[in-house]
Design a protein around this ligand. Structure first.
Ligand code: GDP
Length: 534
């Protein structure tokens, strides 16, 4: 989504009020807690604690498997919609486990902004940094929430410096913490000249806020102990000199991040962050596509699949394709063209993911995320339109970096295994290759933990014990070119040829030398490490 339109477009109110974003963080920084408070303020859940099961469940590797067993929970939390004041928030969950998968990257193609949560005592951690880099590739606007201010945390300037240096982004304080740890009393809201006081007694209560007329207002002294007030004034003066003021354009371009300080568990600072997302966050953005980009204000409905989740109910082999609406006003029952197959699909039972449950989506606007149950027609990267031949671009596909061979424990179950693997391939959970010669399959992933997750899911969802083992190959390259040249190449390189789940031809080897040789000997062929998702 390009940034050209951030403020230029005149969108219908229903679209203009939508804010679609993800939360990025390192495990344990407080993403689950913050999500929970968002939903609480959004009125989507009655009581904090309902998303907790998920947060706790991802503590350890085996617990992650347990979470995967309980697909219901992880799915209902994949995309959540709720209203906050005049805004409609769509919060898209990034997969929580620490192993990086393509899923994480793709999720970030479906949002217009991200909230980066950091732990006030730990600062920018590895996973945050990685996810930040992905956001940066797309120039996503980022709001920062520095969490756990109720505990001993680093000096405010030090935290801001670390973000500026490690992430090479300008940081502007939207609020300023008063006191640290036990002495933390609240924040000065710089954007609104308000004093926000934290109530330690009631964690689910919205903080008390006191309207202040600048820093000389005598009411400040009524709420803040004298020495803390002194310090606050000094620090704010220094901040004004050393740090840039909030600049909405710089924020929307992704070169500046406003930072709020707070404590998610104490419900503190959360509302201000949500106000920030609503008031300054980007409206639904233009989506890059071929042969032209899609503007959210177009009348015709368009959307694209960024995630597929299968086996949500192990008894029914259904799948849900998560679709980000790119334009128009969708109504349930609409017939949309599935551009890849050129077939029409009646979208009769789309779901909207409300916090605790899924519900039928009667309508959706550009910016919304809907789930479309289907039997496998919808794949990641697919575009749905009202007939126009247009394809959304920029959904990343990653080179499988680790390859392993896989066999069913019981050789008679090979067909069964094939079906399971194809399903995971379509879901985007792994790349699956069927060698032209011999039996068995080769599975390619980006991170090693994915093998374990796959083995566990195949056993759980298909009742099929499997064995992963070393593969004779270490690299996979998709082969494209004129048909006769490809055919000639395939026929004399059979022992290196596989087909992926789409039937596309893949050349496999363990030697870079082989790849160089093919490129030299077959100049008309292209060998690529990824297959572009269109
Ligand atoms: P996630 O892994 O990023 O989803 O983190 P969680 O939301 O599960 O939080 C990790 C841990 O930090 C949990 O034990 C939370 O109770 C705790 N936590 C979250 N927010 C705060 C906070 O504001 N202050 C303190 N002291 N602890 C917090």
């Amino acid at each position: 989504m390009s940034n050209a339109s951030h403020t230029a477009l005149d969108l219908p109110d229903e679209i203009a009020r939508r804010r679609t974003f993800a939360i990025i963080s390192h495990p344990d920084a407080g993403k689950t807690t913050l999500t929970e408070k968002f939903l609480l303020y959004g009125g989507a859940i009655q009581m904090a604690g309902q998303v907790r099961a998920k947060g706790e469940a991802r503590r350890t590797r085996s617990d992650f498997m347990q979470m995967e067993k309980d697909r219901g929970i992880s799915v209902s939390a994949s995309a959540m919609s709720f209203d906050f004041g005049k805004y409609r928030f769509n919060l898209v969950d990034t997969p929580g486990h620490s192993d990086f998968s393509e899923d994480t990257y793709r999720t970030l193609t479906a949002v217009d902004a991200a909230i980066m949560v950091i732990d006030g005592a730990k600062g920018v951690e590895s996973q945050t940094q990685k996810l930040f880099e992905v956001c940066r590739m797309r120039d996503l606007p980022i709001l920062t929430f520095c969490n756990k201010m109720d505990r001993e945390s680093r000096d405010t300037f030090e935290i801001i410096d670390e973000i500026q240096e490690n992430l090479a982004i300008d940081v502007t304080p939207a609020s300023w913490p008063i006191g640290v740890g036990r002495d933390f009393v609240g924040c000065y809201d710089i954007l609104n000249d308000r004093l926000e006081l934290m109530d330690r007694a009631d964690r689910n209560k919205v903080a008390e806020s006191v309207k202040i007329d600048g820093l000389d207002d005598p009411r400040l002294a009524e709420h803040v102990p004298a020495e803390l007030l002194e310090q606050l004034k000094e620090e704010l003066e220094m901040a004004r000199e050393l740090l840039p003021a909030f600049d909405r354009d710089a924020f929307l371009e992704g070169s500046m991040t406003p930072i709020w300080f707070g404590s998610a568990i104490n419900s503190f600072g959360v509302k201000e962050l949500m106000d920030g997302m609503g008031d300054y966050g980007p409206l639904p953005q233009v989506q890059t596509a071929q042969p032209r980009s899609i503007s959210p204000d177009e009348k015709k409905v368009m959307g694209f699949v960024f995630k597929v989740q299968a086996n949500m109910d192990p008894k029914h082999r259904d799948r849900v394709a998560f679709v980000r609406m790119a334009s128009g006003h969708f109504k349930r029952g609409m017939k949309l063209t599935h551009v890849r197959s050129k077939k029409q699909m009646a979208i009769s039972n789309p779901v909207l993911f409300l916090a605790s449950d899924r519900e039928l989506a009667e309508e959706a606007w550009a910016g919304d995320i809907i789930g479309i149950p289907n039997h496998g027609q919808l794949r990641i990267g697919d575009t749905l339109t009202e007939g126009e031949d247009i394809r959304v671009t920029g959904i990343p596909s990653f080179a499988p970096e680790l390859l392993q061979s896989v066999r069913a424990g019981d050789p008679m179950k090979s067909k069964h295994l094939e079906k399971a693997l194809m399903q995971f391939a379509e879901e985007g959970a792994a790349k699956v290759f069927k060698p032209a010669i011999g039996s068995g399959f080769i599975v390619g992933v980006v991170g090693a933990l994915q093998f374990e997750v796959l083995a566990s899911r195949i056993e759980l969802e298909y009742g099929l014990p499997v064995r992963f083992g070393q593969s004779q190959f270490t690299s996979a390259r998709w082969v494209t070119g004129p048909k006769d040249k490809v055919d000639a190449f395939v026929s004399i390189n059979q022992q290196h040829i596989s087909h992926d789940h789409n039937g596309d031809i893949v050349y496999m080897t363990r030697l870079q030398w082989d790849i160089d040789r093919v490129q030299r000997d077959y100049p008309e062929l292209t060998l690529s490490a990824t297959r572009e998702l269109m």
